[in-house]
Design a protein around this ligand. Structure first.
Ligand SMILES: Cc1ncc(COP(=O)(O)O)c(C=O)c1O
Length: 389
């Protein structure tokens, strides 16, 4: 009898996923598939902006295809420093430090600012990168109910640890709603805790000049608030950043493992992000345009009979419930010419599958007509019964 192979269990795992409607596949997209894209995170429509693309090409010509090393060895080009200075300026932060992704910025910041013997208080709706960072932190982790500053205050008051860090998305990735940041900032100040805010969905879309939600609330001068962001959503590029005081940035340069042990952001990504920030500064109406288009998408989904969440930025979550229904509704939208996101467990912390619609600053009135027809087709496929569970 042959001994079982070490990965034989994968077949059972795949069958379980298929049975639960949770099988995921990689569907290649051609350069132009003529679908209206309401699934990407390209909130300002800059990923293909000729100025941004040209800057990526120029940076590649000047600096090479790769950045050739960790930031601490050969990976800090003048381009990286210019990008960080511009990011800090746009986000109204004293300093900025880039990472190769938003995921790594979260791992780097959270782990380096917590550690063994400290407490981390994390919102139940936080992005997977923050969840993983909590696990890596070796801190005691308390997960509080979604958007609940009272529970955060209780966790902080009940602690024995001297150091504590509260962590939250500023705009949540699934339903697109804003966190109660003003309340969290007050609770943190009262209990001597730091606040780490992930502005992935807010940078470029919310706040003065797209500075993010922390700045929108006038909290950008608070040294006890550290922000993370991604360059891969509104800025149309790739990479991540931490926005913080010079002291925090210096600490991360020496101790954040995803910074120290990772090859620096590629020149193309740095150049593209820098150009996107320049476009944002030159076109300050872009964030407001994206937000109002998101509100229109919400209204179109509601008019089609779907259960849509009011957006805090560019993202509109549409509750479906069953993962198989969500896939069917997304397929119906696609058949009507519109690509929408389809979020199923584990991408939805509450287990409720959703369609995810994202606004882009460059959507036209004709795009909207198309989106409305597709949302109606999706609702039709569900018998107009988006069944929340
Ligand atoms: C809230 C949030 N934080 C972090 C990330 C990770 O950013 P990146 O894609 O740049 O790794 C994402 C999404 O990708 C996100 O939605």
């Amino acid at each position: 009898v042959e001994a079982p192979g070490p990965f034989d269990w994968l077949a059972d795992a795949a069958a379980d996923r298929a049975g639960a409607g949770l099988r995921r596949t990689l569907d290649p997209r051609p350069p132009d598939d003529h679908l209206l894209d309401l699934a990407s995170n390209d909130y300002l429509g800059l990923a293909r902006d000729p100025r941004v693309v040209a800057a990526a090409v120029d940076a590649t010509r000047t600096w090479g295809a790769g950045s050739t090393g960790s930031r601490l060895v050969t990976g800090t080009t003048e381009l990286h420093l210019r990008l960080e200075a511009t990011l800090a300026s746009v986000a109204r932060s004293p300093a900025a430090l880039t990472f190769s992704s938003g995921y790594l910025a979260n791992l780097g910041a959270l782990v380096a600012l917590s550690g063994r013997g400290s407490l981390v208080v994390s919102d139940a709706g936080n992005h997977a990168s923050l969840v993983d960072a909590c696990r890596l932190s070796r801190a005691r982790v308390v997960v509080t109910p979604h958007g609940d500053p009272v529970a955060v205050a209780t966790a902080l008051a009940d602690r024995d640890e001297e150091r504590a860090l509260v962590v939250t998305d500023s705009v949540f990735s699934v339903d697109g709603e804003a966190a109660p940041l003003a309340e969290l900032a007050a609770v943190c100040a009262q209990h001597g805790a730091g606040l780490l805010v992930d502005e992935a969905h807010a940078l470029g879309v919310v706040g003065p000049g797209g500075a993010g939600l922390v700045a929108a609330l006038g909290l950008d001068t608070r040294a006890d608030i550290v922000r993370t962001a991604t360059l891969s959503k509104a800025l149309g590029s790739q990479g991540g950043a931490v926005l913080a005081t010079v002291a925090v940035v210096e600490h991360l340069v020496s101790s954040a493992r995803p910074f120290v042990f990772d090859t620096a952001l590629a020149p193309a990504a740095a150049g593209a992000a820098l150009a996107a920030l320049d476009v944002l500064r030159a076109t300050p109406e872009l964030p407001e345009r994206t937000r109002s288009l998101a509100a229109c998408l919400h209204d179109a989904a509601a008019a089609a009979g779907l259960t849509a969440s009011p957006p805090g930025a560019a993202v509109v979550g549409v509750r479906i419930g069953d993962p198989t229904d969500a896939v069917a509704a997304a397929a119906a939208a696609r058949a009507a010419g519109v690509r929408v996101g389809c979020f199923r467990p584990p991408s939805v912390p509450d287990g409720i599958s959703r369609l995810r619609l994202t606004a882009r600053a460059d959507l036209t009135a004709a795009d909207f007509d198309r989106a409305s027809v597709a949302l109606e087709a999706a609702a039709q496929r569900l018998g107009r019964a988006a069944r929340p569970r």
